[in-house]
Design a protein around this ligand. Structure first.
Ligand SMILES: [Zn+2]
Ligand SMILES: [Zn+2]
Length: 189
């Protein structure tokens, strides 16, 4: 497995050297800008640069470092039914073990099951990203009972009167309808 070297200065990368020798905890309570968009941009996402409010504990355990805590962020997108702008405050729990290089855990698991430390550097970003993306709704809605748009004219039902209807003629009868109208015209002359 090849990994790109972590940047120790990146806002979500933490030096956990002081946590070696199990039992020590580091508290990360800070707001940082999202390094990239999480989710589907323009549809529903925590935009790049949006505030990630972290309240996470990093605890040294024998096999690595356990990251547990909470992340809050605001997701933006559009309602899947009426296309109105949607904003949701997401609050998610993070709980991930980062295995030490050379640990039994590292040797017996795949990198996509258990995250890894790089030396003493811990990249919290994958844990934060996964927790946020998992909390996103499959169908973002402006409100649970959004009635959507009229299929005929595309106007939101919220802006239409209750008795809004379109005269629809079955295409099989459209020809007859024309004849009938032409006939009526003839009679009126
Ligand atoms: Zn809506
Ligand atoms: Zn309509």
């Amino acid at each position: 497995m090849t990994t790109t070297a972590l940047d120790p200065a990146a806002p979500l990368v933490f030096d956990t050297a002081e946590l070696r020798g199990a039992g020590t905890t580091m508290h990360v309570a800070r707001e940082i800008p999202a390094p990239e968009a999480y989710g589907l941009e323009a549809v529903y996402a925590v935009p790049q640069g949006a505030v990630l409010d972290l309240d996470v504990h990093l605890t040294g355990v024998s096999e690595g470092v356990l990251a547990t805590g909470q992340v809050e962020a605001v997701a933006e997108g559009e309602c899947a039914r009426c296309l109105a702008p949607v904003q949701d405050a997401l609050s998610v729990q993070v709980q991930e073990l980062y295995a030490y290089e050379g640990s039994v855990t590292e040797a017996t698991t795949e990198a996509d099951e258990i995250l890894r430390l790089e030396g003493d550097l811990l990249d919290l970003e994958p844990a934060v990203r996964d927790a946020l993306v998992l909390a996103m709704p499959v169908t973002p809605l402006c409100r649970p009972d959004c009635p959507g748009l009229c299929a005929e004219c595309g106007v939101p039902w919220d802006e239409l009167p209750d008795d809004h209807v379109h005269e629809t003629v079955d295409p099989r009868w459209a020809g007859l309808e024309k004849l009938r109208l032409a006939d009526n015209d003839g009679e009126s002359k």
